[in-house]
Ligand binder design. Structure first.
Ligand code: ATP
Ligand code: MG
Length: 551
């Protein structure tokens, strides 16, 4: 695995090793199993695993599963699969829910130290009492309960004597703190819900701000890397670690989230797209999820290279989605076979080619990589070409087929359009052409030149295939569009998927799900693992060939 170039987090780690503060770097990737991972998580994975790797340290995969309502084992399994697929191996696998007993004890310790209390205020009242950035908060009337009463009530909360929302446990810090996070944050709430790991054992659950620092400290994490939204929570993180008297004292370090243009990067929003049927699941190829990108045909290498290029910093501007496409083109260019596929077929009959004859033409599998060898492509009297490689009345500078014009068929012969066959609606349904045997590709023919080269597939052996072409799922706001009432769902692109029925070369008959190809002139495609069956080939376009994007 290639390592990180220098960045501010790496510098901190180097210092901590040199000063002897730590002997070994321990990081963790801590997803909440409430959705599938997206490309933003890939950044967190690469930073956490990559940095630990740089120093021969270790990285845990820890499920931050402290909210039973939203979490599910399906998500746990998909997250494990995605982390592995991206090319990372965790050292230990942990569930935050396995620490519930330990967390409970630490909360009891806070109560005993007079640093936590049971509050009967409602959620709305707590919010009201909290104050604002400009106004200090107000103390709850329950703030001065005795330690004995708090211990008793907290135990009864655990025993299920109260309904959801009836009571919470709060840390007793400072209602006047300029940092709102320190104004007696709620650290436990009641939720009578079944948890995917602990079942019905608990009906009180720790809040993220209390649980996360304890999880890190329990695992001896040295550097707890998170995104910048948590910067204001750092004083609370440190307070929890210190007041709960944890042996290890992890250091929280924040970096800027990854955002990419023309997509959304939040599990909540992605779940909405799934639940409301905008896409056909978390792994829909239009989704920025790891599973969606895998199904579309992205490789782990392309995702890793992209993320590394975005760097590690505190800032978080949106990265152009074309940069992602650039990296997958670069990765596939020399790896995958080239082939021909017809997305919108138009039948061509070559009238002077012997009936019943099929010849096998030679073509390189990838001309940029001769070691990949050669393939045979059948050619006969009937072929398919693309509908838009023919125009009956072309504009000037149109060099493909039109009546009387000659073009080169890639790997084959020159053909000339002699006659256009139409149906009763006047639509072109077939072309009748002639070929010139002397012009066979690879024979060094120099007699005359043609300006256009088009691709084709021999008709009698062609394999039917479905092609799925994608456009961005979400269209970013334009300058004119300043309607603040619009939600991201109003920006869903209604034309994000186009499905075409065409043909591929006969040697594609045995391709396997996730096999990747470059189709001449059309771009890179992946064999769709969900819709491909023994009887039906489905290709997802990963990316077209050309881009204006420059790194
Ligand atoms: P989301 O908002 O999509 O639900 P999250 O932050 O709630 O994301 P978690 O499961 O808590 O999701 O995330 C696990 C780790 O991944 C966290 O450390 C989080 O900071 C990081 N992460 C999430 N989104 C991004 C992103 N866009 N860029 C970088 N890191 C991210
Ligand atoms: Mg979250």
């Amino acid at each position: 695995m290639d390592n990180h170039t220098s960045n501010f987090i790496k510098d901190i780690m180097i210092k901590d090793l040199e000063s002897g503060k730590h002997e070994k770097i321990i990081t963790r990737f801590p997803p909440e199993p409430n959705g599938y991972l997206h490309i933003g998580h890939a950044k967190s994975i690469i930073i956490n695993f990559g940095l630990a790797d740089d120093f021969n340290g270790k990285t845990n995969l820890r499920f931050d599963d402290t909210n039973p309502l939203k979490e599910d084992i399906e998500y746990v399994n998909s997250i494990k699969e995605d982390v592995k697929w991206l090319g990372f191996e965790w050292d230990d696998l942990f569930f935050a829910s396995d620490y519930f007993e330990e967390m409970y004890k630490r909360a009891v310790l806070l109560i005993k130290k007079g640093l936590a209390y049971v509050d009967d205020l409602s959620a709305d009242e707590i919010r009201e009492y909290r104050g604002t950035l400009t106004e200090p908060g107000k103390e709850s009337p329950y703030r001065d309960r005795s330690i004995e009463e708090n211990l008793d009530l907290f135990e009864r909360m655990r025993n299920g004597e109260f309904a959801n929302g009836e009571k919470v446990l709060r840390a007793k810090i400072d209602m006047k703190s300029p940092n709102i996070n320190l104004r007696d944050p709620v650290i436990y709430r009641i939720s009578h819900a079944t948890h995917h790991n602990t079942g019905d054992k608990w009906c009180i659950y720790p809040m993220y701000a209390f649980a996360h620092p304890l999880e890190d400290a329990i695992e001896d994490v040295t550097h707890s890397i998170c995104t910048v939204e948590f910067e204001d929570q750092r004083p609370l993180y440190n307070w929890v670690v210190e007041q709960c008297e944890m042996k290890s004292q992890p250091q929280q370090i924040e970096f800027g989230r990854l955002n990419v243009t023309n997509t959304v990067m939040s599990k909540r929003k992605l779940k909405q797209l799934v639940d409301e049927g905008f896409v056909d699941g978390w792994d829909d190829p239009r989704m920025p999820t790891i599973s969606g990108m895998r199904r579309k045909g992205f490789t782990p290498e392309s995702i890793r290279n992209f993320v590394r290029e975005t760097g590690v910093s505190k800032g978080s501007g949106a990265v152009d989605s074309q940069m992602l496409e650039h990296f997958v083109r670069e990765d596939l260019k020399l790896k995958v076979p080239r082939t021909m596929g017809i997305l919108n077929p138009l039948k061509v009959v070559i009238t002077n080619y012997p009936e019943g004859q099929i010849e096998l033409l030679d073509a390189e599998i990838n001309p940029e990589v001769p070691e990949m060898g050669m393939r045979k492509i059948p050619f006969s009297r009937e072929i398919y070409i693309e509908q838009d490689d023919f125009m009956e009345n072309p504009p000037s500078k149109y060099f493909r087929l039109f009546p009387g014009n000659e073009v080169r068929l890639k790997h084959a012969y020159f053909i000339k359009c002699e006659e256009v066959v139409k149906n009763e609606n006047g639509e072109v349904v077939e072309l009748r052409c002639t070929y010139d045997p002397q012009t066979k590709s690879g024979t060094g023919f120099t007699g005359r030149k043609v300006k256009g080269t088009i691709h084709w597939v021999e008709a009698t052996n062609a394999v039917p295939a479905e092609f799925r072409l994608y456009e961005p799922l979400i269209l970013d706001k334009t300058e004119e569009d300043n309607d603040e009432d619009k939600t991201f769902l109003d920006h869903v692109n209604p034309h994000s998927l186009e499905i075409l029925q065409g043909y591929v070369e006969p040697n594609m008959r045995d391709v396997m799900p996730q096999d990747k190809f470059q189709f001449f002139r059309h771009g890179y495609f992946n064999v769709d693992p969900k819709h491909t069956t023994v009887n039906k080939l489905v290709f997802n376009r990963i990316v077209s060939l050309k881009s204006s994007f420059k790194l």
